[in-house]
Design a protein around this ligand. Structure first.
Ligand SMILES: [Fe+2]
Ligand SMILES: [Fe+2]
Length: 327
């Protein structure tokens, strides 16, 4: 499968041009609508609706094929079909992180996943811990990593919520970066300076923080106890939590891969640390490694379609033994 890419990327995979990309208008519109319309009520309703998984039983490849009809209007960097992005992300995890089909490489330093300024600003206890470990030794309890590339393959499948069969949600309710609702809106979010978030009906109610509270949440309650903006992360997390045997770490990646203001903030200042639990800090290096593969898919020449399909069918069978799962 041939794909081409002409964008320039630095060592941190920094595409994400939100100022003057050729898709500027539609990207800005998507975020304007997201920052205005993502309320606690909207999130709660969609969580309730989609967690019922009432959109039929399908295998992953059936849903994957539907992705061909999907375009992500929040992506300022390219307009590649989502199916190409799925294969690229998975293949770049193989290339960058895996020693073989089940083992992680043992030379993956954690420090290099962070921009130097972000690294220096990390809480000392976590920076010291990360510095002592490679990715593999930090998660030494994980002995089989075969789910890691698979998570790359499936991470954006939730974008099918754009299609009629899955509810025809608007772009602003499916794609783009995620962030906590019912909490002060962080300056690390893209388009912060445009101030769209001040038009959100929740803005005045939850724009508060103290020693012990952050918006409607208790400090350091952990992201799993936070309502994130509704989008493709939470939906695919829900589907796979109920239908697969992917480990908690893999499910975590599905759920938070778009939480950029936390893991890879535009302005270099990690946001929403007030809500992070020890578990979230522990997961951060893994999320960073995944983000690198998601954004920095440097495998322009993918193997032929039939080779890829055979490879990922095999992986899917391992992690989703029932094949036909609820969506
Ligand atoms: Fe995504
Ligand atoms: Fe992605």
């Amino acid at each position: 499968m041939q794909t081409t890419s002409t964008e320039c990327r630095d060592d941190f995979g920094e595409l994400r041009n939100y100022t003057d990309s050729k898709f500027q208008d539609r990207v800005e519109r998507t975020y304007r609508e997201m920052h205005t319309n993502q309320t606690v009520d909207f999130v709660t309703q969609n969580k309730r609706k989609y967690s019922q998984l009432a959109h039929g039983k399908m295998d992953v490849y059936q849903v994957f094929k539907l992705l061909e009809q999907v375009h992500d209007e929040s992506d300022p960097d390219n307009d590649l079909p989502q199916v190409v992005h799925a294969y690229q992300s998975a293949e770049s995890i193989f290339e960058f992180a895996m020693l073989n089909n089940t083992e992680l490489r043992d030379d993956l330093e954690i420090k290099v996943l962070f921009k130097p300024t972000v690294w220096e600003a990390l809480p000392k206890e976590w920076r010291d811990l990360y510095a002592k470990h490679t990715l593999k030794s930090l998660y030494s309890h994980i002995t089989n990593w075969s789910w890691f590339p698979l998570v790359g393959f499936i991470h954006d499948l939730g974008k099918v919520m754009l299609l009629p069969k899955f509810g025809s949600l608007k772009q602003w309710a499916v794609v783009g970066d995620t962030y906590p609702v019912a909490a002060p809106f962080a300056s690390s979010n893209v388009f912060y300076t445009n101030g769209y978030y001040t038009n959100c009906p929740d803005y005045k109610t939850y724009n508060t923080s103290s020693e012990t509270r952050f918006g409607k949440y208790q400090s350091n309650c952990g992201f799993d106890n936070v309502d994130m903006t509704w989008g493709h992360d939470e939906y695919i997390y829900e589907v796979m939590q109920q239908g697969s045997i992917i480990c908690p770490e893999g499910l975590y990646l599905l759920r938070y891969h778009s939480f950029y203001p936390w893991h890879t903030p535009q302005n270099g200042v990690m946001a929403y640390t007030e809500l992070a639990s020890d578990f979230d800090w522990l997961m951060l290096p893994l999320l960073k490694a995944f983000q690198k593969a998601d954004l920095y898919s440097k495998t322009p020449n993918l193997p032929a379609q039939d080779v890829l399909e055979a490879k990922y069918h095999k992986l899917l069978d391992l992690c989703i033994p029932n094949k036909q799962i609820n969506w």
